[in-house]
Ligand binder design. Structure first.
Ligand SMILES: Cc1cc2nc3c(=O)[nH]c(=O)nc-3n(C[C@H](O)[C@H](O)[C@H](O)COP(=O)(O)OP(=O)(O)OC[C@H]3O[C@@H](n4cnc5c(N)ncnc54)[C@H](O)[C@@H]3O)c2cc1C
Ligand SMILES: NC(=O)C1=CN([C@@H]2O[C@H](COP(=O)(O)OP(=O)(O)OC[C@H]3O[C@@H](n4cnc5c(N)ncnc54)[C@H](OP(=O)(O)O)[C@@H]3O)[C@@H](O)[C@H]2O)C=CC1
Ligand SMILES: O=C(O)C(=O)Cc1c[nH]c2ccccc12
Length: 430
């Protein structure tokens, strides 16, 4: 058993206004992990392997909710599979180089089963506070699985933040959007272009989501115009049949980042030609440096660029304002459109619930860059905020599980020793 219900003394007094929800208080003999995505599952697996009990709290009703509920049908991993598997459990051998999202989800389900991980679903963490006097975290949640929502409090020594870099959608404000009258959808709710057939669609944003949604719209006979308000690095997903990402990783072992960036740009030029000719201005900073410094992922092209070249995807500049059935662009051009898809990205939600400002910045990501951002003070950990996708999450998870197991074992040994001493004293009394 990893936890037991307690009637905690007034160590953490509950405010009267919160009392109606705070019906349960649970002591956890081990860490609380927030989030059952790949990061949280990988930490859980590492802890299981070392015999450390834990609980995982997940707001959705399933594991990997980003992949199951908030991605489009045609999505495939865009990095080769060896960069996407989690620790201690390889992908099945028959998986293709770029697994589909359904294959990835089924892998994560097998992973969860293999390590016997049982997250608490439908439980959203509302706040987490550290009490330095007692060296304990107090994690408050709302559980919505039953007939009525209930408040639960967990008390623990270790807290693992695994809520991801993509926890919430970014929805920018645009003048006149309320008068537009058509369909407005964020990319996280877009499933397929089927329902857009024959429509003129404005896709806002040109990251991997904007590019792939635009491509999917083309494949379903819709007419996408994609907004490129600033700049973007488009790289071919493969160079002479070899993954560009893998090539970059190999080169990084021998060459400085700036040189790898130069080589990537030369290769991109040889394969794609001058992307600027089609309205895709390149940032001044190279693709890997930009990913490292600003977290902006380069586009790994899987066919959208060809559609841009052929004019099937139209590139347009930034948005000035919307009006009924129309959008006005910053260059003065007006487009008539039926729908808008906001491929405008995601953000962390950590600042909304974690009461801490040493490990995490106000943007909800660790202040220290990779590989030094996974450990804070007082038993606090961050997993999956490295801007390095699944491979970064796996590296974090290994470090975190190892570190927690070490201190859990020390504390457990300590507790056993003092219990044994107390036991001996009791016996000597008789
Ligand atoms: C469309 C898309 C495609 C991607 N493709 C790739 C790829 O090919 N390769 C790659 O390496 N990376 C890819 N990524 C990056 C992606 O971040 C990782 O693949 C991965 O999902 C990160 O795992 P995570 O567990 O850190 O975060 P998530 O998968 O986002 O999981 C976090 C979990 O925390 C839960 N949660 C959030 N807030 C709370 C709360 N307050 N209380 C309880 N639970 C909470 C969420 O519901 C979620 O289930 C992609 C991202 C997107 C958006
Ligand atoms: N196949 C795969 O594996 C896929 C992976 N992903 C990953 O998911 C993550 C998120 O990607 P994505 O959803 O594309 O988000 P990104 O953050 O990468 O891109 C957001 C885009 O929206 C633009 N934007 C934001 N606000 C506005 C605005 N007000 N007006 C105009 N444009 C705006 C940005 O422009 P600007 O740069 O000017 O700010 C940028 O082009 C990435 O890490 C990506 O690699 C996504 C899809 C597929
Ligand atoms: O897809 C993502 O969001 C990733 O973070 C994967 C990733 C990590 N490093 C990269 C460099 C170039 C392209 C994708 C990635």
């Amino acid at each position: 058993m990893s936890s037991c219900c307690l009637n905690m003394p007034n160590m953490f007094p509950t405010l009267a206004s919160e009392a109606f929800l705070s019906s349960r208080c649970i002591w956890v003999n081990g860490p609380v992990i927030v989030g059952a995505g790949p990061s949280g599952l990988a930490v859980g697996a590492g802890l299981k392997n070392q015999g450390v009990p834990f609980i995982i709290l997940e707001r959705a009703n399933c594991i990997a909710s980003l992949w199951q509920n908030r991605t489009y049908d045609r999505l495939k991993l865009h990095l080769p599979k060896q960069f996407c598997q989690l620790p201690n459990f390889p992908f099945p051998e028959d998986f293709p180089e770029y697994p589909t999202k359904y294959q990835f989800i089924s892998y994560l389900e097998s992973y969860t089963k293999h390590f016997d991980i049982n997250p608490h679903f439908n439980e959203t963490v509302q706040s987490a506070n550290y009490n330095a006097t007692f060296g304990l975290w107090r994690v408050k949640t709302i559980a919505t699985g039953g007939p009525n929502p209930i408040g639960v409090e967990y008390i623990c020594r270790w807290l693992v933040v695994a809520t991801g870099e993509n926890a919430e959608k970014v929805v920018p404000e645009f003048e006149g959007l309320q008068d537009f009258g058509g369909n407005v959808t964020h990319a996280c709710d877009y499933k397929s272009g089927q329902s857009y057939s024959g429509e003129r669609v404005l896709v806002v944003g040109c990251g991997n989501s904007g590019m792939e949604v635009s491509l999917d719209l083309c494949n379903h006979n819709a007419n996408p115009s994609m907004v490129v308000r600033s700049s973007v690095h488009v790289l071919p997903r493969e160079v002479l049949g070899k993954s560009t990402f893998e090539l970059a990783v190999s080169m990084m072992k021998w060459l400085p980042l700036w040189l790898v960036d130069k080589i990537l740009l030369i290769l991109a030029h040889l394969i794609l030609g001058n992307t600027e000719k089609y309205g895709l201005k390149r940032p001044r900073v190279g693709p890997l440096e930009l990913k490292n410094n600003a977290g902006k992922t380069p586009v790994l092209d899987i066919g959208a660029f060809q559609k841009i070249r052929s004019g099937e995807i139209k590139i347009v500049p930034g948005i000035k304002k919307f009006s009924r059935g129309r959008v006005e662009l910053v260059n003065g051009e007006t487009l008539e459109i039926e729908s808008v898809i906001l491929a405008t990205g995601y953000r962390s939600n950590v600042p909304s619930w974690l009461k801490e400002n040493e490990l995490f910045s106000s943007e909800g990501v660790p202040k220290n860059p990779f590989p030094n951002g996974w450990k804070g003070k007082g038993g606090l950990y961050a997993v999956g905020f490295t801007r390095r996708g699944l491979s970064g999450a796996s590296l974090d998870a290994i470090s975190v599980a190892h570190d927690i197991a070490k201190s859990w074992k020390e504390e457990t040994k300590q507790k056993k020793k003092s219990m044994a001493a107390r036991h001996r004293r009791c016996i000597s009394h008789f």
